[in-house]
Design a protein around this ligand. Structure first.
Ligand code: FBP
Length: 552
C-alpha cells in the first residue's frame, strides 16, 4: 500500500491513554443501576443483564494471570473516524492479557457474524490501519442483529473460533441489539460475552456516562473547516448565499457544533423547529428576513446551515412522511399500485389522492424533485433516506420565491444568488483527530479490560473528556441503564434513548444568545484543517459542545 508522508508520520502516533489503562487495572464496582425509564419492563425483558453496577477502572490493580482470550469485533452502521483505533485498542488489550490471544474481525458488519465471514486480525495487518480513518479494515454494514436464528447462527462460528467475547462497535440501535444478544447468550449459558462501543458521527448516542460517541469530533472538525472555507469565499466574493446541508440523520448536534465553531448567518436546529411547531413557510420566512436584513446593509451574501434530519422535524412534513411511509410500506397494495405507474406526475397524483387533505395539499405544493425523493425507496428500517432529500435546495428555492414577494412589498431591495452544498460523506472517513485517535484507542483498551473481567451487556465508557487524556475515567456502563421503551414500527421495544439537542442545554443556549448578531453582522470564524502535530491547544481540543456541556 502506498501511503502519503502524513500517513507515514501518523502511523507512528502513539495514542494517549488514561493513567488507569496504562498498566494493571483495579476494577471498582459502583452502585446497582436502573434504566432511565420503564424500569419494570426493562428488568423483565433483561433478567440476566439488568441492574448490573457501574464499573470504574483505577490504576494499580494486580495483573491476573490468565490464558489466551479470543475476541471478535464487528463494525456496525455508518463509518465514523477512529473505528480502526478501537480495534487497535482491543487488539493490544487482549494481547496484554495474553500474547496468544487472537482477534477476529467479522466482515461487512453484523451480517459477517451470521454468514460466518471473518478474518483474523494480525499485528502486521493491523499496523497499516492504526490512526487512519475509514472502516475498511473489516468493512461495515447495516444488517440488524435481532432474530434468535441470527444469534444461534452467530454462536456456531463464535464457538468454532473459541471466541470468548464479541465487541460491537455501533450507534444506539446496534448497541441496543448488542445488549439483546448479551442477554440471549447469558440466558442460554453460551459462554460468550458481548460488549458495546459508542460510535456515530451524529453525536446522538450520549448520556451521563457516555459523554460523546466517537467520530463526532473529527467529522465536525472536517465540516467546520469546509464551512469556514466557504464563509471566506462568501465574504471575499460577496455575491452568494451558500446553503449547506450537514449530515446527521435525526439530531442536529453536527449542525450546532459546526455553527458554534464557524458562526454562520443562519443555522436551523431541527429540535427547535419541532418544539416551536414551525411550518415550512415560517422557516422560509425567517431565512428570507435574515437575507433582507443583510441586504439592507449591502451584504448580499451569507451562509446557512441546514441539518440533514430537518425535514422530519417540521411537524407538517413529519405527518406527511408518516403517511407516505404507511402508504408505500414494502409489499403493500398501494406500493404495488404506485410502482406500476411510470410517470412522476402520475405517481404524485396517485399518492396525493390517498393522503389526508392537509398532507395532500403540502405534497402537491412541494417541488417535483422533492416529492419524488420523498417517495423513493426506504432504508432497511422502513425510513425515508433523509440524506437523499435535497432540503437545502428546497429551502433556497422557497426563499427565492418569498424574496420576490418581499421585493413587490418593498421589504427586500437586494440580490439573492444561491450555491448549494451537502457535507456528509466527506467527514465520515477522515483521519481521526488526536481526540478521536486517543478516545477510540482508550475505548478499545477499555473493552479489552471488560472482556478480561468477564463482563457482558456493558458498553465501554471513557469520561471526563475535557480533561487531558491521562485523567480520563475509563470503565463500563450496563447498556440496560440507557434504555427505555419506545414505539418502533407499531410495537413497543426496549431501546437506548437517542440524545437530541437539548434546548435548555448549554451549547444551544450559547448559540441562541449569539445567533442574532451572527445573522446581522459577518462574524465568520475560519477554523482551518485538523492539526495532528503541534501545540496541544491546537491539536487536542475537544468539541465546543463537550466544552460547553461540561462547563455549564
Ligand atoms: P450511524 O448512525 O450508523 O453512525 O450512521 C449515521 C449516518 O452517517 C447519518 O449521518 C446519515 O444519515 C447516514 O449514516 C447515511 O447512511 P448511509 O451510509 O447508509 O448512506
Amino acid at each position: 500500500m502506498i501511503i502519503s508522508p502524513l500517513q507515514q508520520e501518523r502511523a507512528r502516533y502513539q495514542p494517549k491513554l488514561p493513567k488507569s489503562l496504562r498498566g494493571a487495572v483495579k476494577v471498582v464496582a459502583g452502585e446497582k443501576t436502573q434504566s432511565v425509564a420503564d424500569q419494570d419492563e426493562i428488568a423483565r425483558l433483561f433478567p440476566n443483564t439488568y441492574g448490573m453496577p457501574l464499573i470504574t477502572f483505577e490504576e494499580g490493580g494486580e495483573q491476573n494471570a490468565s490464558g489466551p482470550v479470543n475476541a471478535g469485533v464487528i463494525l456496525s452502521g455508518g463509518q465514523a473516524p477512529g473505528g480502526h483505533n478501537v480495534i487497535a485498542g482491543i487488539f493490544d488489550g487482549i494481547k496484554r492479557i495474553h500474547p496468544d490471544s487472537k482477534l477476529y474481525g467479522f466482515l461487512g458488519g453484523p451480517g459477517g457474524l451470521v454468514d460466518h465471514k471473518y478474518m483474523e486480525i494480525t499485528a502486521e495487518y493491523l499496523d497499516d490501519f492504526r490512526n487512519t480513518g475509514g472502516f475498511d479494515i473489516i468493512g461495515s454494514g447495516r444488517t440488524k442483529l435481532e432474530e434468535t436464528e441470527q444469534f444461534d447462527k452467530g454462536l456456531e462460528v463464535l464457538k468454532e473460533l473459541d471466541i470468548k467475547a464479541l465487541v460491537i462497535i455501533g450507534g444506539d440501535d446496534s448497541n441496543t441489539n448488542a445488549c439483546v444478544l448479551a442477554e440471549y447468550y447469558k440466558a442460554n449459558n453460551a459462554g460468550v460475552q458481548v460488549i458495546g462501543c459508542p460510535k456515530t458521527i451524529d453525536g446522538d448516542l450520549k448520556n451521563e456516562m457516555i459523554e460523546t460517541s466517537f467520530g463526532f469530533d473529527t467529522a465536525t472538525k472536517v465540516y467546520s473547516e469546509l464551512i469556514g472555507n466557504i464563509e471566506r469565499d462568501s465574504n471575499s466574493a460577496k455575491k452568494y448565499w451558500h446553503f449547506i446541508k450537514l449530515m446527521g440523520r435525526s439530531a442536529s448536534h453536527i449542525g450546532l457544533e459546526c455553527a458554534l465553531k464557524t458562526q454562520p448567518n443562519v443555522c436551523l436546529i431541527s429540535e427547535e423547529v419541532a418544539e416551536k411547531k414551525q411550518t415550512l413557510h415560517e422557516i422560509v420566512d425567517n431565512i428570507a428576513d435574515v437575507v433582507a436584513l443583510r441586504a439592507s446593509k449591502g451584504d448580499n451574501f451569507g451562509v446557512a446551515l441546514i441539518p440533514e434530519g430537518l425535514i422530519e422535524f417540521i411537524p407538517e412534513m413529519k405527518v406527511l412522511i408518516g403517511e407516505l411511509n404507511d402508504l408505500l410500506a414494502e409489499g403493500s397494495e398501494t406500493e404495488a399500485g404506485f410502482k406500476a405507474l411510470a410517470g412522476d406526475e402520475e405517481r404524485r397524483e396517485f399518492v396525493a389522492g390517498k393522503l389526508s387533505d392537509a398532507s395532500a395539499a403540502l405534497f402537491r405544493f412541494l417541488p417535483a424533485g422533492i416529492a419524488k425523493q420523498l417517495t423513493a425507496d426506504r432504508d432497511p428500517h422502513g425510513n425515508v433516506q433523509v440524506s437523499l432529500i435535497q432540503t437545502e435546495t428546497l429551502l433556497g428555492d422557497m426563499v427565492k420565491v418569498r424574496l420576490k414577494e418581499m421585493k413587490k412589498e418593498g421589504t427586500f431591495k437586494g440580490k439573492f444568488s444561491t450555491q448549494y452544498h451537502f457535507f456528509g460523506y466527506e467527514g465520515r472517513c477522515a483521519a481521526p483527530s488526536n481526540f478521536d485517535a486517543d478516545y477510540c484507542y482508550s475505548l478499545g483498551v477499555t473493552a479489552s479490560v471488560l472482556i478480561g473481567q468477564g463482563k457482558t451487556g456493558y458498553m465501554a465508557s471513557v469520561r471526563n473528556l475535557t480533561a487531558p487524556a491521562e485523567d480520563w475515567i475509563a470503565g463500563g456502563v450496563p447498556v440496560t441503564m440507557m434504555m427505555n421503551m419506545e414505539r418502533r414500527h407499531g410495537h413497543m421495544k426496549p431501546v437506548i434513548q437517542k440524545a437530541l439537542v437539548e434546548l435548555d442545554g448549554a451549547p444551544f443556549r450559547y448559540f441562541a444568545e449569539n445567533r442574532r448578531k451572527w445573522a446581522e453582522e459577518t462574524c465568520f470564524v475560519y477554523p482551518g484543517p485538523i492539526q495532528y502535530f503541534g501545540p496541544s491547544a491546537v491539536c487536542d481540543q475537544p468539541t465546543m459542545t463537550l466544552e460547553l456541556e461540561k462547563n455549564k
